[in-house]
Each structure stands twice: as C-alpha cells, then as structure tokens.
Write a protein that binds this ligand. Structure first.
Ligand code: GDP
Ligand code: MG
Length: 367
C-alpha cells in the first residue's frame, strides 16, 4: 500500500512532526516530513506513544487508535444526536427531553448554555449534542469521526420520510451509528405512525417488531408524550453498545462549537471522548492552543473535571478553533505550541498553494 508520511502520522497522533522525526532519529533513521515511514517504524513509534496502528482498508490505509488495555476502560454515558427533516420537531423534542430530564434529575437546571446538554435519565447521564442544522456534526463526520453513539431520527407522522430524513439515514450509516426512530407529532389528526415505519423500510431502517434492528418510539414533542419511553429506548440502545473509555488517559475529544466571547475570549465547547480534562491542562484544539483557565459545564457552573462523554466549555485558548477539530491535552506547553504553530503554517501554506503560489511538498522537504 501507500503507507503514511511522517507528517500524516504526526497529524493522526496529534503530535508535532518534529517529535516523530526526533523519535525516528533516535532509532537511527533520518526522515523528513513528506517521506513515507516504513511499516515497522509506524508500529514501533505509535506503540512508544501509547497508540496502536491497524490497517483499515484494502488499500492498506493506517488508522492510529488508542492503546487502552481492557481494565483501563470504564463505562461512559452515551452521546446522542437528534437529526431529521426540517420542521419535523427536532428542537421541540430536545426541549421536551430537557424538561423531562430536569423533572427526573435531582440536580435539575439544565440550561442551553452550550451546544450540548446533559440529561439525567433514571440516575444515568445521557449527553445530547444540539446539532439540529448544526455544522459541527457534518464537519466531524467528514473527518470520519464518531462523535455520536446514537442518532435519534425524528420523523413527523403527518409528513413521513422526506429528503433530509434520507440524508440523516445516510449520515448515520456512513458513521456506523445506530438509529433510534422517534415518530413525532402523533397528536396530529393526519398522523400515521405505521406509514412512517413502512416508508423507512425502503431505506433499510426496519422496526424490531418487524424483524429489523431499529427501535421505534411514537412521541409527541408538543404534548410531551412518549418522552420517557424514548429516553429509556436510548438507554437500551446504548447498553447494547457497551460504551467505554479510559478516564485516566490524557484527555482528548472534539470541538462541538467555538466562538469569540466579548468578555471571556475564545470559548470552545468540546466533547471529551477519552481521559479527564481539568483546569490548568495545556490543550491543542485544531490550530489553537492554550492553558485551560476554566471549565464550564452545561449548567453554567465551573467544574474541576470533565470526563468521557461530558460536554464542557474551555476558557483559555489563544484563538478560536473550528467545530469538528480534535482537541488533545499535552504535558508540555512547548509541544502544544509547536503542534498548533505547525498546523497554522500548514493551513497558510495550503491556502497559498491553492492560490498557486507555492508547492507544499517543496516547502516541507526543507523543514
Ligand atoms: P425542527 O425544525 O425539526 O427543529 O422542528 P421544530 O421543533 O421547530 O418544530 C416545527 C413545528 O412543528 C413547530 O411549529 C412545532 O411546534 C411543531 N411540532 C413539533 N413537535 C410537534 C408535535 O409533537 N405535535 C405537533 N402538533 N406539533 C409539533
Ligand atoms: Mg430546529
């Protein structure tokens, strides 16, 4: 196969390429960023950095995955995204879920502070990513990342399968994420929940009661009917997946959304996927980096720790990252800066190259 270059390998690991070059050099191998790494070096160095490499396609593409041992993995809450055709009731359903979650939760007080919310269902956490029409989800999927564990597909019972319904199914399938169907608006006079089921069969979304693998729940977001049922179904689906992560690893995850706040500076809402993020941690998110000044949970409270599947706001980044960017904690601020600057430079070069000014390969071979 083609193999990976030093630059691609470093990018996949989320480390500066100089770090990889240094490690290669210590093994007696001189490499530049654009050179392809020998397979055994890929494995050796990934292992050295606590990561594992596997070949994921017939074209022998490499995937670099974390190397957590089974006993390090602990159960984590499910991350859920609501999708569906416009006006089928995504926002209403999320609102109903939130208020239901508040009712179930002792702590209560779920706000819409950040682009994600945490709902307490029977004492268990469910993280909802508020992505109705949100770009983040697309951006993340485009990177082949699995940011969500379960897709709740909302289909209005009076309207049936529409173009964006199909699009959502395709997205979920491409990401390998199971679909729970919420057949909404069952309170409406023209509602026909069974027709929705029939229509979805054509797209491979088949109810369990018909021998398929998809769970369906009839709901009315407006009347708040079937919401508890839906939440229980989401938990059932999540249980099948046996979701786990290592909470003690170096924290990493994805940027859900980010903006420049007048008072607080760059603010990034991230989803922690692995490890535990804490104030004082040095973070790289895409092309930006910084030391975490404060973490703000979905309730708007400062928190001392964000664990796997927790959404949290990061304050303290030097610039605004992009939704879909990966974030990762670094032990050395120096390394964080190096990686962020490397990415900034690459982005600038790519931009220039796109305008026909310079060849990326030319430049990188000189670094
Ligand atoms: P979204 O575009 O998918 O986020 O849809 P919205 O949540 O904004 O809902 C679109 C419209 O459908 C709004 O006027 C809602 O009040 C209405 N709606 C949502 N859920 C229900 C429901 O369960 N029953 C009825 N009758 N109307 C609903
Ligand atoms: Mg909406």
């Amino acid at each position: 196969g083609e193999g990976v270059t030093v630059g691609e390998f470093a990018e996949a690991l989320g480390v500066p390429s100089s770090d990889v070059i240094k490690r290669l050099f210590m093994l007696g191998q001189a490499f530049t960023v654009t050179q392809t790494m020998p397979e055994e070096m890929v494995e050796l160095i990934a292992d050295d950095m606590g990561r594992k490499v596997r070949i994921v396609s017939p074209e022998e593409e490499y995937a670099i995955v974390y190397n957590d041992s089974e006993e390090d993995l602990k159960p984590r809450p499910p991350v859920v995204t609501v999708m569906g055709h416009v006006d089928h009731g995504k926002t209403s359903l999320l609102d109903a879920i939130r208020s239901s979650g508040v009712a179930l939760s002792e702590a209560g007080g779920i706000t819409q502070h950040i682009g994600a919310s945490v709902v307490n269902v029977q004492g268990r956490q469910v993280t909802f990513i508020d992505t109705p029409g949100h770009e983040a989800f697309t951006a993340m999927r485009a990177r082949g990342a699995e940011v969500t564990d379960v897709v709740v597909l909302v289909v209005a019972a009076d309207d049936g399968v529409m173009p964006q319904t199909v699009e959502a199914i395709n997205h979920a399938e491409a990401a390998g994420v199971p679909i729970v169907v919420a057949v909404n608006k069952i309170d409406k006079p023209g509602a026909n929940p069974d027709r929705v089921r029939q229509e979805l069969v054509e797209y491979g979304v088949i109810p369990e009661e018909w021998g398929g693998s998809n769970m369906f729940v009839n709901v009315s977001a407006k009347k708040k009917e079937g919401i508890d049922d839906l939440l229980e179904t989401i938990l059932l689906q999540a249980d099948v997946l046996e979701l786990k992560a290592n909470p003690d690893a170096i924290a990493s995850g994805f940027v859900i959304e980010a903006n420049l706040d007048r008072g607080r500076g760059p603010v990034a809402t991230v989803l922690v996927q692995r490890g535990t993020l804490k104030p004082g941690d040095v973070v790289v998110a895409g092309q930006s980096y910084g030391r975490v000044r404060a973490l703000v949970d979905p309730r708007g409270n400062h928190t001392k720790a964000a664990k796997p599947s927790d959404p949290v706001e990061i304050l303290g980044l030097g610039s605004v990252p992009t939704a879909g960017d990966e974030f990762r904690v670094f032990e050395e601020e120096r390394d964080a800066r190096k990686l962020a600057e490397e990415r900034q430079m690459r982005a600038r070069l790519k931009e220039q190259e796109a305008r026909g000014h310079v060849s990326l390969d030319d430049l990188f071979s000189r670094i």
